[in-house]
Design a protein around this ligand. Sequence first.
Ligand SMILES: O=C([O-])CC(=O)C(=O)O
Ligand SMILES: [Mg+2]
Length: 218
Amino acid sequence: MASSDCENFVRDGKKIIGAAVNYHDFLKKNNVPAPENPVMFLKPTSSYIVEGQDIIIPKVFTRVAHEVELGVIINRKCKDVSKQDAMSYVGGYCLALDMTAQCELGVARPKGLPWCMGKGFDTSTPVSRFIRLREIKDPHNLRLWLKVNNETRQDGNTSDLIFNVPELIEYTSKYMTLEPNDLILTGTPVGANPVSAGDVIECGLGDVVSMKFNVKGA
Ligand SMILES: O=C([O-])CC(=O)C(=O)O
Ligand SMILES: [Mg+2]
């Protein structure tokens, strides 16, 4: 299947699967041990927005943070694949923001409660245009940067991932069938911080793509 077959991942996607705590720089800064296995969560596709649409902070949240991430788009049905075969199921990439209500997760995490609302609210997944495979030489050597109101907040590199792209696909596909147009968010480097209404977020992936979103209140 050609990579362009998942070009409309925002329109045709079935699920968004996120990896949590997947950067060594994050572990170092927070002095936490590396997870034994990837920690994954789901976001609904109703959380997608594209450039031109605004990030809206729901009234119920007091602390919503930016997380800049490499997104991996699946191009065909995939179940129980090995990491050796996993990259053949990648149809393309995108730059993504995994907007996260830290106020909600801060309460949910210690109680072992689910993360659905804090991760899945409307506008919580801003994404770039579809990036073709040929535009990315090495998905594990890409700079990921993010500025708020022109000030740098995150500046990492996918070379610092704990579980790389094939490992995330291998792990996830043991449990759930990955489908064409599904998006895997690979996790965020250190520096996720809250935003406020009126802020402008700008972020980029290497020299491949950048995007800009305004933050508004509900
Ligand atoms: O928000 C979190 O705590 C986990 C997460 O998505 C990430 O590390 O990218
Ligand atoms: Mg994230």
